[in-house]
Design a binder for this molecule. Structure first.
Ligand code: ASP
Length: 445
């Protein structure tokens, strides 16, 4: 008997140890393994694997549950940082450039997505997507403004909810400025922001809980997908990774290097890359713009000679609201999803992607994998299946690296431009110094 109890105790201990070991692996890698195992199971078992689909559907429902609360809480926090009174001229220029560059990034994403059509060849095992009447351009813009914000939230309409939340958040920041501390209105506005901050934290706790289940959900989704599509389903994933790499390369090459560095600043693009490489490599490895922030600031200060007055504002702001890579990825992923259900996105729908991804990037946190959660917003807005989130989650560690690298490079490119425009840059001892000497020598000759 004693021996039996001892055996049970040991078994319990080893189970606990295995569980702790399992939990110590970052969730996104566990999802990656589930993605591979599910795909392999689907390939081996074939059609019967589609019976696992309901386990995937549960994952999708859990994600859907948090969409509207996450939009509301995170965007209120985003709007607080955009407070017009704290922005000033440099701030306004920065926000403007952040918006423009993000818009261009989404454009590149859509362009590459339309050329490659990464999702063709992949079909969802079971979806009940009804092709919706495509909205016209005018409708896209009009539909951003809700007739009834509460109604939009209740219906789960993402874009009007985003719009209302940003407007509401900005109104609160005005109240904070207008009313002195201690007054009911000031304290009330502060309380709403505090609640939003807590709410956002709570939602991210839920997200990670959902992701724990996601290990099973993604396994089931992949088993069902490969069970139905067979080995040919590998190609779309390779195309998706290739499309993101191409779009990131284009945006960095054309927007940051050619247009900003060469065209507007007349500086060497190679020097820019030399100066930004620490931040780029860090972002690639840790997949977080916020985590990379100290390195990004160091690069701006030491390598580019940007005045602290500029980068201490523009870089933290960029790490939270300027997500070119993330927004671009939303465009590609939307086309990937549309391909999977045999739809083509109309011009109006692509415009919807642009507006939604642009606004959603304000609320995207600069932490690993947050772009994946924000993808739910774009897909919901377009009426595309949320299963896609689970299906791309397995390759997200790769995609996230590229997105994050693009995000921080964008922050630095805009920061150098703003600093230059406002004369807040000192080139002595920076990567630019040589280039500048070269140009001044040639101009005095
Ligand atoms: N990881 C990205 C960042 O921190 C956000 C994302 O998931 O796209 O910038």
């Amino acid at each position: 008997m004693a021996l039996f109890l001892c055996h049970r105790h040991m078994a319990g201990n080893s189970m606990r140890r295995s569980w702790q070991k399992y939990r110590s692996v970052p969730i996104i890698y566990r999802i990656g393994v589930a993605f591979i195992l599910g795909s392999v199971l689907g390939l081996i078992v074939g059609e019967p694997a589609t019976r696992l689909e309901p386990l995937g559907t549960l994952f999708v429902r859990l994600l859907t549950m948090i969409i509207i609360p996450i939009v509301f809480f995170t965007l209120l926090m985003g709007a607080r940082r955009l407070s017009p009174s704290s922005l000033g001229k440099i701030g306004a220029q920065t926000v403007f450039l952040y918006i423009i560059t993000t818009g261009v990034a989404i454009g590149f994403g859509l362009l590459v997505g339309n050329l490659i059509n990464p999702g063709t060849g992949l079909e969802l095992a079971d979806t009940n997507v009804e092709p919706e009447e495509a909205p016209s351009m005018l409708e896209v813009f009009l539909n951003i403004v809700p007739e009834n914000p509460v109604g939009s939230m209740a219906e789960g309409s993402v874009l009007p909810t985003i719009f209302f939340t940003i407007v509401f958040g900005l109104a609160l920041t005005y109240l904070l400025d207008e009313y002195d501390a201690g007054t009911t209105v000031h304290e009330g506005a502060q309380t709403v922001f505090n609640i939003a901050e807590t709410g956002a934290e709570a939602m991210f706790k839920i997200v990670w809980g959902v992701m724990e289940y996601g290990v099973i959900g993604v396994f089931a989704l992949m088993a069902a997908t490969f069970g139905q599509a067979g080995v040919s389903a590998i190609v779309p994933y390779a195309k998706l990774i290739g499309a993101v790499a191409l779009a990131v390369g284009l945006h960095i090459g054309v927007t940051y290097l050619l247009i900003i560095q060469v065209g507007l600043l007349r500086r060497s693009p190679i020097d820019f890359l030399r100066g930004a490489k620490d931040a780029m490599v860090t972002a690639l490895s840790i997949r977080s713009s916020s985590g990379t922030l100290p390195v990004t600031m160091e690069d701006a200060d030491k390598n580019f000679g940007v005045n602290e007055e500029v980068y201490s504002f523009s870089l933290p702001l960029g790490a939270t609201i300027n997500m070119d890579g993330t927004a671009m990825y939303q465009g590609i992923a939307a086309i990937f999803a549309a391909n999977m259900v045999g739809q083509t996105l109309t011009l109006g729908e692509q415009l919807t992607v642009l507006v939604t991804a642009l606004l959603a990037s304000v609320g995207t946190a600069g932490v690993p994998g947050s772009g994946l959660i924000m993808l739910t917003l774009v897909l919901t807005q377009l009426g595309l299946p949320l299963e896609v989130v689970g299906m791309v989650a397995g390759v997200d560690p790769i995609l996230d690296r590229m997105r994050t690298m693009n995000n921080v490079t964008g922050d630095l490119a805009v920061t150098t431009l703003i600093a230059d425009w406002n004369g807040k840059i000192d080139l002595t001892g920076t990567v630019w110094e040589v280039t500048d000497k070269v140009s001044s020598v040639t101009s005095t000759d």
